[in-house]
Write a protein that binds this ligand. Structure first.
Ligand SMILES: [Mn+2]
Length: 488
C-alpha cells in the first residue's frame, strides 16, 4: 500500500499532524524546526505526494474513518487541524480511545465546536477566529507602541537645551519612576545636546517615596517658576495637563504629556507629543514599554523604580491592572534588584510619622462605629493616610476620619468599610466647596486651605475653632446624633 508506514523512524513518531492544509502546514513547519519526528495524515492524495516530495513523512488517511489509526505507530502528540469540524471531532474521539495519555490539540471554527471537541477529549482547542482576533488586536497595539516610542525618541533627539520633567503634586512612585525613565530615554536619544531636570511640587512625603528617591539617587528639584524659565522644553508625567494636579499655570506650553488618568482635561495649547492611555494601570507601565520598544538597556535602578511604580499604582496588580501592565512588569522583572525593591517597600518609619501615628492612636474618639482623631500640627501630611489605614483596622470601627493642620491647610484622611457609605462622596459634599475633597467609597481625603478661614489665630487654636463646625458637617451628612457630635 502506498500509504503504509514505510521506514523505521516511524517507531519513534511523537507528533502527528492530521490534516495538512495551510494551518496544518504551518504547524508542521514549526514542529520540524524543533523535532524531526512528525507524521502527517491527509486525505488528499496529491497533497500527500507533494509532502513526500519535500521529504516529509506523510500518509493518506481519511481521519473521519473509524480505522484511520490502523497501521500507525503510537502517537503521543496530535494536532487535529482539518477545516472539517465533523472530521476533527471523529478523529479526536478515536485518538482519545486509542491513546488515552496522548496530548491532543484540535482546531475549531466556532465556540460550539470548540466545546464539543473538548468534551470528546481534546486537551486544547484552537479557535482560529478568536486567535486571529487576539493576534490582530495585540499586533496593532504593538505597532502603536512602537510608533509612539519612535516618535518620542526622534523628537527628543532633535532637541537642544534643557528638558524639565514635571511630576504631579506630591509625587508618588509612579510619577517619580516615570520621570526617571523619561530622563533615561532622553539621555539615550540625545546624550550631548539635551539636559534633563526633574521637578515636583508639594512634598515627597511617604517614607517609601523618599526611600525610592534616595536609593535610586534621583535628583528631584522643587518646582519654582524662576527655575522653570531655564527649561527649553517641558514634559508632564503622570499628570494630564498643566494646572491639573500640578502647579503649572494652565496656559503653560508643555511639549510632552505621558499619562494614564481618566480625567484628562485637555491642555489649552496642545503638546507636541501626547500619550494618554486612561486604560492602563500606571504611567510607569507606558514608560517601560517605550524602553522595551526602543531597545534601550535598562539598569537595575530604573527597572526597580518602574516595577515599584507599576506595583504601587495597581496596588500590587489588584486594581486597574491590564494585561499590558503584566507584560511590562514581566519585562522589568529580570532586570530588577530584589534587595533594592525590598528596601524601598519596607522603609523605616520616620520619627515624625511614628509620632503622628502615636498621636492618632492616643487621641482617637469612637462613636457608633465612627473613629475621629485629631493629630494637631503636622509637617508630613502623608502620615495622615497611614494613620487612617491603621485605625480603620480597629475592632468595631467602620469609618475613620483623621485630621490635622499643616502650614497651609486643614487636612483630613478618611477610610471606610461600611458598604452603605461612600466616604468620597461624603467628604465632597461636606468640604468640596471649601477646598479639594473627595475620593473612593473606601478611602478619601480633604484639603481645606487656611485662606478659607480668614482668621488670624495660632494654628492649633484655629484647628480647634474650626473642628467642631467641620466635623458637624460630616456628622450631619452621615447622620450621627447630635449628642454624639459633642463628644468628638
Ligand atoms: Mn499614576
Amino acid at each position: 500500500m502506498a500509504d503504509s508506514a514505510q521506514n523505521g523512524s516511524r517507531e519513534r513518531v511523537l507528533y502527528a499532524v492530521l490534516g495538512c492544509g495551510s494551518t496544518g502546514y504551518h504547524v508542521l513547519q514549526e514542529l520540524q524546526s524543533s523535532t524531526g519526528n512528525v507524521l502527517v495524515m491527509d486525505k488528499n492524495e496529491d497533497r500527500v505526494r507533494e509532502l513526500r516530495d519535500q521529504r516529509i513523512d506523510a500518509v493518506r488517511r481519511d481521519i473521519s474513518a473509524l480505522d484511520f489509526l490502523s497501521g500507525i505507530p503510537a502517537i503521543e502528540i496530535a494536532f487535529v487541524l482539518t477545516g472539517d469540524n465533523e472530521a476533527n471531532l471523529a478523529a479526536v474521539k478515536a485518538l482519545r480511545v486509542a491513546y488515552p495519555h496522548s496530548r491532543i490539540m484540535a482546531r475549531a471554527t466556532d465556540p460550539l465546536v470548540a466545546r464539543n471537541l473538548e468534551e470528546a477529549g481534546a486537551d486544547f482547542v484552537l479557535n482560529q477566529n478568536q486567535l486571529m482576533a487576539k493576534a490582530a488586536v495585540y499586533q496593532i497595539n504593538k505597532v502603536y507602541a512602537n510608533r509612539v516610542s519612535q516618535r518620542l525618541y526622534s523628537l527628543l533627539s532633535s532637541w537642544e537645551g534643557t528638558l524639565g520633567i514635571i511630576t504631579h503634586k506630591n509625587p508618588d512612585p509612579d510619577a517619580i519612576s516615570s520621570a526617571l525613565a523619561l530622563a533615561v530615554i532622553a539621555k539615550n536619544a540625545n546624550p550631548n545636546r539635551l539636559v534633563c531636570r526633574i521637578f515636583y511640587d508639594g512634598i515627597i512625603g511617604h517614607q517609601a517615596n523618599r526611600t525610592l528617591v534616595n536609593l535610586l539617587e534621583i535628583k528631584m528639584e522643587k518646582m519654582d517658576p524662576a527655575v522653570l524659565q531655564e527649561c527649553t522644553y517641558l514634559a508632564l508625567v503622570d499628570s494630564p495637563a498643566p494646572g491639573v494636579n500640578n502647579t503649572l499655570p494652565s496656559k503653560t506650553r508643555v511639549h510632552i504629556v505621558i499619562d494614564h488618568h481618566e480625567d484628562g482635561k485637555l491642555a489649552e495649547s496642545p503638546a507636541l507629543f501626547v500619550d494618554s492611555r486612561p486604560g492602563i494601570g500606571a504611567t510607569a507601565s507606558i514608560l517601560s514599554q517605550y524602553l522595551q520598544e526602543l531597545d534601550i538597556s535598562v539598569d537595575k535602578q530604573v527597572a526597580t523604580g518602574l516595577l515599584y511604580g507599576i506595583r504601587s499604582d495597581t496596588r500590587d496588580f489588584s486594581r486597574n491592572v491590564t494585561p499590558q501592565d503584566l507584560i511590562n512588569a514581566a519585562f522589568l522583572l529580570p532586570l530588577t534588584d530584589n534587595s533594592l525593591l525590598d528596601q524601598i517597600m519596607s522603609p523605616s518609619l520616620s520619627e515624625e510619622t511614628l509620632d503622628i501615628l502615636g498621636t492618632a492612636i492616643a487621641n482617637r474618639k469612637i462613636q457608633s462605629g465612627y473613629l475621629f482623631s485629631n493629630v494637631g500640627f503636622i509637617r508630613n501630611r502623608d502620615a495622615l493616610p497611614q494613620a487612617a489605614d491603621l485605625l480603620i483596622t480597629l475592632e468595631g470601627v467602620n469609618t475613620a476620619l483623621i485630621y490635622g493642620i499643616s502650614d497651609e491647610a486643614i487636612i483630613m484622611s478618611a477610610r471606610n468599610r461600611d458598604v452603605r457609605l461612600h466616604i468620597g462622596n461624603v467628604l465632597k459634599e461636606a468640604f468640596g466647596t471649601m477646598g479639594e475633597a473627595g475620593g473612593h467609597p473606601t478611602m478619601a481625603a480633604a484639603v481645606i486651605p487656611l485662606s478659607f478661614f480668614s482668621l488670624a489665630k495660632s494654628k492649633v487654636d484655629l484647628l480647634s475653632l474650626v473642628t467642631e463646625p467641620l466635623l458637624g458637617r460630616f456628622a450631619n451628612i452621615v447622620g450621627l446624633e447630635s449628642e454624639v457630635r459633642n463628644g468628638i
